[in-house]
Design a protein around this ligand. Sequence first.
Ligand SMILES: Nc1ncnc2c1ncn2[C@@H]1O[C@H](COP(=O)(O)OP(=O)(O)OP(=O)(O)O)[C@@H](O)[C@H]1O
Length: 271
Amino acid sequence: MAKKDLLVSLKNVGVERDGKWLVRGVDFEVRRGEIVTLIGPNGSGKSTSVKCALGVIDPTEGQVNRATDLVVSYVPQKFNLDWTLPLSVKRLMNLTAHHSHADIEEALEQVGIAHLADAEVSHLSGGELQRAQLARAMLRKPDLLVLDEPVQGVDFQGEVALYELIAHMRDHHNCGVLLISHDLHVVMAATDTVICMNGHVCCRGAPKQVAQSAEYQQLFGVRRSEALAIYDHQHDHTHLPDGRVKHADGTICEDCDHSHGAHDHKEHDHA
Ligand SMILES: Nc1ncnc2c1ncn2[C@@H]1O[C@H](COP(=O)(O)OP(=O)(O)OP(=O)(O)O)[C@@H](O)[C@H]1O
């Protein structure tokens, strides 16, 4: 796999635990310069798929390929920190690796919190903390940046700004980005591919430019609406009440995949 091109790919990946498939039939890839977003409800297998992509867990079936010497920065969903310990933003940057003062300054500058270098991490707002984590992730100069729910604890405006920032990081560092979000409605316009999960890959596609609806533009402003995209959530199949699946071409099968009869959908529903 050429490092400059394909960073990671999953082919028909499945993870089984205690006789139950947590995810199955997961296929996606992330290339340098590309932003791929996994969306889906809680428990739909987004984190499990990302763990496979990163090699944290081995898939029970299927294949995962990573570029040689791939440098990954992972920003987790939860930031476990002892909030009683004094820790400045600057020190947070050097918590697990040593970076020069100049590099730290530049990283904080890039995420717009250079003025908070000496601030206590426990005093940061949700958005500022996300930016600090992003700065810390970028200091590793990753080929692949992985962000789990990057907008948690951030208000809508902050969310838009954070997505814009992630796209900027992608452009500036020419890395690939893998995002996890449970939000089905708001994904950034810069996302190249949205993978919608529900125990398997339901559907995928490029997010459309935000709906040109007057209400939306009124609510978020034209600039905001330009920065956002609504993923047009069209499934290519419908789950019938009796458990069978009707495909877009009208054929009715026992499962979602025309060509893949072994897929078991009893573990989840598509409501
Ligand atoms: N090691 C494990 N053993 C058994 N079940 C697990 C294990 N890890 C995850 N699961 C289950 O697998 C399912 C998928 O979990 P996963 O964390 O991948 O979902 P997710 O889409 O990332 O969810 P969320 O949006 O809530 O973070 C869940 O039902 C979870 O309880």
